[in-house]
Design a protein around this ligand. Structure first.
Ligand code: GLP
Length: 262
């Protein structure tokens, strides 16, 4: 695992956007580059940077296919808190990606389990995800894979914990009851099957989750810890999120990243 520590949120986002842009540019195959994407506050700066690069002509998304991590169950696309709405508002409306290249789980599907199975099949039809960008929850959830979700899980319907509904209540008039109780989500196994995984971890409220991801044992209590079993996982984080790392770990990653840049 690589842990790339940046001074602050802006620098973390710039680093991640540069990394993604380089991967897209380097992709010379006929098949599209398959990019997994998250919602949340963490990726907003990355989306802004990528849109800037797209406008400046540095990269194009014409040969990129995206798969979003998750969607609330029961929220229509038009709802301003649906992840469909979030992604268009923050990213897709600002880049040159063809509409048919965008994949987001349908939270209004009549048969949600069938929708999840279809999603897995569609990912497989492209040969899997090349790079999955993600964020994590305060309790370490990846996508909506709450604590104690199987680390080999596939896309399916998930119950949200009270903790997550309280945290996400900030987008629903500070009322956790208004946050849908369930969501459709890619599984931990879906994410770790990707060729590369890049996770953004920023801010004081993620210090425990970062320490669990990097220093704790692999445990279903912290589903993010499954990244330790991935062959090419990167965590991009900011200084604020490092508060619970041991000094040794913190210094090790600063040191080794410095060497890579020489
Ligand atoms: C939600 C999403 C996750 C996201 C998490 C963290 O619960 N389902 O995919 O990573 O929020 O969000 P934020 O980046 O706002 O802290």
């Amino acid at each position: 695992m690589r842990v790339v520590i940046q001074d602050n949120y802006e620098k973390m986002c710039q680093w991640a956007a540069n990394y993604i842009a380089e991967k897209i540019k380097a992709h010379k195959e006929d098949r599209p580059f398959v990019l997994g994407l998250p919602t949340g506050s963490s990726p907003i700066g990355v989306y802004k940077e990528l849109a800037k690069k797209n406008k400046a002509g540095e990269i194009t998304f014409k040969n990129v296919v995206t798969f979003n991590m998750d969607e609330y169950l029961g929220l229509p696309r038009e709802h301003d808190q649906s992840y469909w709405y979030f992604m268009h508002d923050n990213f897709f409306d600002h880049i040159d990606i063809p509409a048919e290249n965008v994949n987001i789980l349908n939270g209004m599907a009549e048969d949600p389990e069938a929708e999840c199975a279809r999603y897995e099949e569609k990912i497989a039809s492209y040969g899997g995800v090349d790079l999955f960008l993600g964020g994590i929850g305060v309790d370490g959830h990846l996508a909506f894979n709450e604590p104690f979700t199987s680390l080999t899980s596939r896309t399916g319907v998930r119950d949200l914990t009270t903790d997550t509904r309280i945290v996400n209540g900030r987008f629903f008039g500070n009322d956790p009851e208004k946050v849908p109780a369930q969501a459709l989500s890619v599984g931990i196994g879906t994410v770790t099957d990707s060729k590369e995984v890049l996770i953004l971890i920023s801010g004081h409220n993620k210090t425990r989750a970062l320490a669990a991801s990097v220093e704790g044992g692999v445990s279903q209590k912290w589903t993010c810890s499954a990244l330790q079993l991935h062959k090419a996982a990167i965590i991009a984080c900011d200084e604020e999120a490092c508060g619970e790392l041991t000094v040794d770990t913190y210094k090790y990653f600063l040191d080794i990243e410095k060497k890579e840049r020489l």
